[in-house]
Design a protein around this ligand. Structure first.
Ligand code: NAP
Length: 347
């Protein structure tokens, strides 16, 4: 009997993910790279500052080591309060697997400046301390200029990847805020392709699958990579881009002004129409990828259960018999798990 006779048949609805390199540069031994470029990437004048930062890793073991969807580490210069070097911070790769340059030498990410007030975190913290808090790494990274040195580790992550053969599936990409980063890389990989003349261009094929991207932002001005995404949707009939704005009023179907909404509210509303853009959730070909705020996972999982859409989540027996609308956030976090058709990168 051959091995193929004994192995269970692969479920065709589940993706076959490619192998991805991991930890080529460990966090305690990051490699010396250089900033290649940095630009703001919001749609308009916004209260937030979010940048597209490109890092040149050429000549280091990280060159050519990444796959779209993975993350990498950055170690900011300086020391922490205990005088020790800062710990590594992880950032999602915003580039396709061939990098920004087509050769895997320049990688990019989408850091947001942290501008907050201190809040008590643990017992004993001074409740009246509300001094400005700027964090350690994202502002440092946003401050860097082309040519500046930066310590990089990685790659990290082996599950938030496109399948080995992307044509076997359709895609629902769900992002909130800077969670858009890996989807920029995925879309370049699926629809744009490598720069002409690069090695990757020789065997690249445009993906004909259906791709729907739902992107949640507080204000329209905070949308990220909006020109790129709008233009991509114009050029590719199989790709649709759905910005969802939470803090602006929107026009309802009956002409009245409605409150802003979250990603899961938008999907829920779309599912009310038969043949709407998100009916792909009923197809066994579809894979769901979610990146951004952890709260999005809770809302989306609850909405899928309420609509009786399965294949993307596995609900623990403890919740059987309890209507999804009554599930608590804690129950959803602990008792509803993603299946192989649902990839999560949420914090
Ligand atoms: P943001 O701008 O604060 O929020 C994006 C949108 O999500 C806003 O419209 C926000 O609405 C909405 N939102 C808030 N709570 C939500 C919920 N429960 N369900 C659905 N939508 C919700 O986002 P950001 O500051 O860029 O933060 C992005 C987050 O993604 C960070 O936590 C970051 O760590 C994470 N992230 C993770 C990865 C990764 O895991 N690899 C990569 C990139 C980013 P309101 O603010 O109006 O309530």
């Amino acid at each position: 009997m051959s091995a193929a006779d004994t192995e269970p048949a692969h479920d065709p609805t589940e993706p076959i993910l490619p192998d991805a390199k991991m930890h080529v540069a460990m966090p305690n031994a990051p490699v010396a790279a250089r900033i290649h470029g940095s630009r703001l990437c919001m749609k308009g004048k916004s209260a937030s500052f979010i940048r597209h930062v490109e890092i040149d890793v050429s000549g280091t073991p990280l060159e050519g080591s990444f796959r779209a969807g993975q993350s990498f580490g950055v170690v900011a210069d300086g020391t922490d309060a205990a005088g020790k070097p800062h710990k590594v911070r992880l950032y999602s790769l915003a580039s396709p697997s061939w990098g920004e340059d087509g050769h895997g030498r320049v990688i990019a990410t989408t850091p947001k400046r942290v501008i907050a007030e201190r809040e008590p975190q643990k017992a004993g913290d001074d409740p009246s301390d509300h001094a400005l808090f700027l964090g350690v790494c994202s502002n440092w990274l946003c401050d860097r200029k082309a040519g500046d040195a930066v310590q990089v580790s990685g790659p990290n992550g082996k599950r938030f990847l496109l399948p080995e053969d992307p044509s076997k599936h359709d895609y629902l990409f769900l992002a909130t805020g800077t969670g858009i980063a890996p989807f920029r890389g995925f879309l370049m990989e699926l629809l744009v392709g490598p720069p002409a003349g690069t090695p990757a261009a020789a065997h690249w094929r445009r993906c004909e699958s259906r791709i729907e991207l739902v992107m949640g932002s507080p204000y329209s001005t905070d949308l990220l990579y909006d020109d790129f995404l709008t233009d991509l949707a114009k050029r590719h009939a199989n790709f649709r881009y759905h910005p969802v704005i939470s803090r602006e009023m929107r026009l309802g179907g009956d002409g009245t002004q409605r409150k802003g909404e979250y990603v899961h509210h938008f999907i829920d509303r779309q599912l009310e129409q038969m043949g709407g853009p998100l009916d792909l959730l009923h197809s066994p070909r579809t894979l769901v990828y979610m990146c951004g705020l952890a709260g999005m996972q809770v809302g989306v999982f609850q909405m899928l259960a309420r609509r009786g859409i399965d294949g993307f989540t596995k609900v623990a027996d403890e919740l059987s018999g309890k209507p999804p609308a009554e599930w608590t956030t804690d129950e959803i976090k602990r008792r509803v798990r993603p299946t192989h058709r649902c990839m999560l990168e949420v914090y």
